[in-house]
Design a protein around this ligand. Structure first.
Ligand code: PMP
Length: 439
């Protein structure tokens, strides 16, 4: 219960005053009231194991005392947020991220969201290259602003067809379906490189940048074979085209084997620009862009940011980053994520609803189909998500046609919780199957 009555009353008020295009999960939308560790509670007092919050905002753990204390202490000290004055937390966080980024001579600009980070990266790259031609991946998602939607490959996530760019989409982001689906790793990379060359051959030259997520997030946690972007890099370098790696979902060790997603494609060096956001603030609105100084300084006018990297959000970022490095949460993502992937594959083997369980580290996608058809099924995914909630497990949705269940728990997830979540998901698959017509 909330102070104003049942959650249903809050839903009516939400609908009356907020945009109709803001998605709410669940037939009976959830009002979360508090969290601790990997668990959250709703306004009716129900407790859930959170297998999705990790990617959305809570990178490490809900109500992590180290982060909460840092935020409270900083908020009690000074709340002037703009970049007009020196800020110790901002400089310190920028130094640490620049050193971790792998980008030589790196500079960091802080933003308040992933959208704004990508917007800024595109502004920098197009200014540096003096071109508004941009390459992006099919099935990609990069945010909600005018420029971010203009490089978002899946038009069901793009609210407008108007664009500040000439965007050219290339293959490689989603491998499971499409003309190259059946190819082995090397042949797939070769086909995607040929496609990239072909697309570039149709331009008048001077393309500014390629923007890509190393693992597509909203797109359903699909990974290309390792090395794809290294192979792309060789082509891009020949044309002087910049590589922007959107690490909004893949950064900070979540993929387990690597600290950044781009490191699975490191053969030809780091990206020119890297964007981050979501979990780094563990719930505080913190994002940013890292770029080589030469690219970062391509802007011709001086500028400021009122909120980007404020002392409070930077303090949260510093505390969260320290925690995840000190506790080797990347290693935890590799170990517990590996075990979870294995368990979910075993669960899926017994279900005709599941086409594929894929992922790396603590980014796992379960793609659902209409039984007996192999066709992606958003209906099945929705049923599984609802049934999981009934069993006390929160998971996300996404992927092409909305057919993927997405799993991205806080990175402190332990083995017992991974087992508990896998069991709940197995139950949810059975429940969902029973609610669908027989094959
Ligand atoms: N890039 C990627 C890869 C994302 O997944 C998202 C958010 N889903 C964004 C950018 C946009 O981030 P935000 O919602 O913080 O604006």
């Amino acid at each position: 219960m909330t102070a104003d009555g049942a959650p249903g009353a809050l839903l009516a008020r939400h609908r009356a005053v907020l945009p109709s295009w803001l998605d709410l999960y669940y037939e009976r939308p959830l009002e979360l009231t508090h969290g601790a560790g990997r668990h959250v509670w709703d306004a009716e007092g129900n407790r859930y194991l959170d297998f999705f919050g990790g990617i959305v905002t809570t990178m490490t753990a809900h109500a992590l005392p180290e982060v909460t204390d840092a935020v409270t202490a900083q908020a009690g000290r000074i709340l002037h947020t703009s970049t007009l004055y020196l800020s110790r937390p901002m400089v310190e966080l920028a130094e640490r991220i620049a050193a971790l980024s792998g980008i030589p001579d790196a500079r960091v600009f802080f933003t308040t969201s992933g959208t704004e980070a990508n917007d800024t990266a595109l502004l920098l790259a197009t200014a540096y290259r003096r071109s508004n031609q941009v390459l992006a991946m099919r099935n990609s998602y990069h945010g909600r602003s005018f420029s971010a939607v203009a490089v978002t490959g899946n038009t069901s996530w793009s609210p407008t067809g108007l664009s500040p760019f000439q965007t050219l989409y290339v293959h490689g982001g989603v491998r499971g379906r499409g003309p190259y689906a059946g190819l082995g790793d090397d042949a797939y990379i070769a086909a995607c490189v040929a496609d990239l060359e072909d697309v570039l051959g149709q331009t008048a030259g001077g393309v500014a940048a390629l923007i890509a997520e190393p693992v597509q997030g909203v797109g359903g946690f699909t990974s290309p074979p390792d090395g794809l972007y290294a192979a792309f890099r060789e082509v891009l370098d020949r044309h002087g085209i910049l590589w922007i790696s959107d690490e909004v979902q893949t950064g900070w060790g979540r993929t387990g084997d690597h600290f950044w997603g781009w490191q699975a494609h490191a053969g030809n060096g780091p990206p020119d620009l890297l964007t981050f956001a979501k979990g780094i603030g563990n719930g505080m609105s913190l994002g940013g862009v890292v770029a080589r100084a030469e690219v970062m300084d391509a802007m011709s006018a001086h500028s400021i940011s009122t909120f980007g990297g404020s002392p409070v959000t930077a303090a949260a970022g510093l505390a969260n980053l320290t925690y995840l490095l000190d506790h080797d949460l990347q290693g935890n993502a590799r170990r517990v994520g590996g075990l979870l992937l294995e368990r979910l594959r075993a669960v899926a083997a017994g279900s005709d609803l599941v086409r594929e369980v894929r992922g790396r580290g603590l980014m796992i996608g379960v793609e659902l189909v209409r039984p007996g058809t192999g066709e992606p099924s958003a209906e099945a995914a929705s049923l599984v998500v609802e049934a999981a909630r009934e069993r006390g497990l929160l998971v996300g949705k996404g992927g092409r046609g909305g057919a993927c269940v997405r799993i991205a728990p806080p990175m402190t997830l332990n083995v017992a919780e991974a087992e508990e979540g896998a069991e709940a998901l197995a139950g949810a698959l059975t429940d969902a199957r029973a609610r669908l017509p027989a094959a």
